[in-house]
Ligand binder design. Structure first.
Ligand code: IMP
Length: 431
């Protein structure tokens, strides 16, 4: 029995949803540990495509429990909408989904602040999803956040909101010439009391439940959102999200000790993408970038924004291996590269005439880095129906082998399409 963290190795959108869904088959519990409805995890089951923003990607499996840890920030309207959509599609959520009582809540003023702040930034826009994520984490750290447990007690919620409205209005007025009116304040209170009543049945001590399950030797998956390079501490700051998508974030975001984690599986796209602003050394700005974007359907699952596309970057992935202590990788969307005559892998950066092999911690250096490429032969074949690794084109196997050599990490899973069946398991991930 084991506990596995599923973490994004790049800037998010690596296909964590699909792999989490797949591994959920063998797990009893799936726990989301950070982020909010800025995430968009796509899962295909049969003919249907589901996009989850807050609900863990294991929800489609019967008999599994899905938890949301306290490291997540919850927009209750978004969560209730997801629950409603799932119910409409015949997927039972009650008794299956639980949210930690300590989880912080996204409020309308967080979204206003996210939007206004982003508008005001001139040259240094972050390109946030405008879901209020940053401001919600700011309040959590400033110790004035509202938690799920506050929603179920009207008096407590009212008291906390009153203080917050006063404080938010001071800055909204001064900085953005706007405010939350008394009428709006009272309707927000009413709305959130209602959310509390609707969500009450889902609220639990998730940390306790997870630790009990660990003691009972259950298989548990910890599902990260976004990716390593979007981590607040270790990502390309300030062009990052406000939480800890890295493996370490699972411990704090759930309330599980590091000694209880057995494995870290990195989800790595066969090329690189990023949404929003910030340096991206292997970005392809021309026709090739457009080709990958179209073929890979590289448009944000949450905002619909076109994703920036680039070649595989070993410097980035090696960094993710290090920061997360990754044991193995799942390489996804490799089918998107089929038909390209030549493929490039960035093996190092050139900075002021010197070769850099480790990801620079200084963003000013990263901005000036030029990627140094190694070229590999592509493959023509349609690989989307291949289920046996040995039957994959020789050039594709060389591409995977080179990734393994350069990152010093075993590729345990190769995903050749969005469906569950389009997955080649080379090595079992759960013991
Ligand atoms: P925020 O998380 O909305 O504050 O956005 C901060 C940065 O993280 C922006 O560049 C977003 O595009 C990026 N981001 C947030 N969530 C995701 C995601 O799920 N996938 C990829 N990028 C994301």
């Amino acid at each position: 029995m084991s506990t596995i963290i599923v973490v994004g190795s790049q800037w998010g959108d690596e296909g964590k949803g699909k792999i989490t869904d797949l591994l959920s088959e063998e797990s009893s519990i799936i726990v989301r540990y950070q982020g909010g409805c800025n995430a968009g995890h796509t899962v295909v089951k049969g003919e249907k495509q589901y996009i989850f923003h807050l609900v863990p990607s294991g929800i489609l499996h019967e008999g599994k429990k899905c938890y949301i840890g306290s490291g997540v920030v919850i927009d209750p309207a978004s969560l209730l909408q997801e629950i409603e959509d799932l119910k409409h599609q015949g997927i039972e959520v009650e008794g299956k989904l639980f949210v930690d009582s300590k989880t912080h809540v996204v409020l309308p003023y967080h979204k206003i602040l996210d939007e206004k702040k982003e508008e005001k930034r001139e040259k240094n826009k972050i390109g946030t999803t405008k879901r209020g994520i940053g401001p919600a984490y700011i309040d959590k750290n400033a110790r004035c956040g509202i938690r799920m447990s506050d929603l179920i007690d009207k008096n407590i919620l009212e008291g906390k909101l009153k203080t917050n409205f006063k404080e938010k209005n001071e800055s909204l007025k001064k900085l953005y010439n706007t405010e939350i009116t008394i009428k709006e304040q009272s309707s927000i209170l009413k709305e959130y009391v209602k959310y509390g009543q609707s969500l009450k049945k889902y609220i639990r001590d998730v940390s306790l439940l997870v630790n009990q399950a660990i003691n009972e030797n259950k298989n548990i998956l910890f599902e990260g959102a976004q990716g390593t390079l979007l981590d607040i501490d270790h990502g390309t700051y300030p062009y990052v999200t406000s939480s800890s998508p890295i493996a370490g974030g699972a411990c704090t975001g759930i309330g599980v000790g590091p000694t209880k984690i057995d494995k870290v599986l990195g989800i790595t796209k066969a090329y690189t993408t990023r949404v929003g602003e910030g340096p991206f050394p292997t970005e392809m700005l021309g026709e090739m970038g457009e080709h990958i974007r179209k073929k890979g359907g590289e448009f944000g699952a949450t905002t619909g924004r076109p994703r920036r596309c680039g070649w595989f970057d070993v410097v980035v992935v090696k960094y993710a291996v290090r920061i997360n202590g990754m044991d193995s990788m799942a390489v996804t969307k490799i089918d998107v590269l089929s038909g390209l005559k030549k493929l490039k892998i960035c093996t190092s950066y050139q900075y002021e005439g010197e070769s850099i092999k480790e990801f620079p911690s200084d963003l000013e250096i990263l901005k000036k880095c030029t990627p140094m490429y190694e070229e590999l032969e592509g493959w023509e074949e349609d690989i989307s129906q291949i289920t046996d690794y040995d039957n994959l084109p020789m050039q594709l196997k060389k591409y995977i082998k080179r990734i393994e050599e350069l990152t010093n990490t075993r590729v345990a899973i190769v995903s050749v399409g969005p469906r569950r069946s389009q997955t080649i398991i080379r090595e079992k991930v759960f013991k």
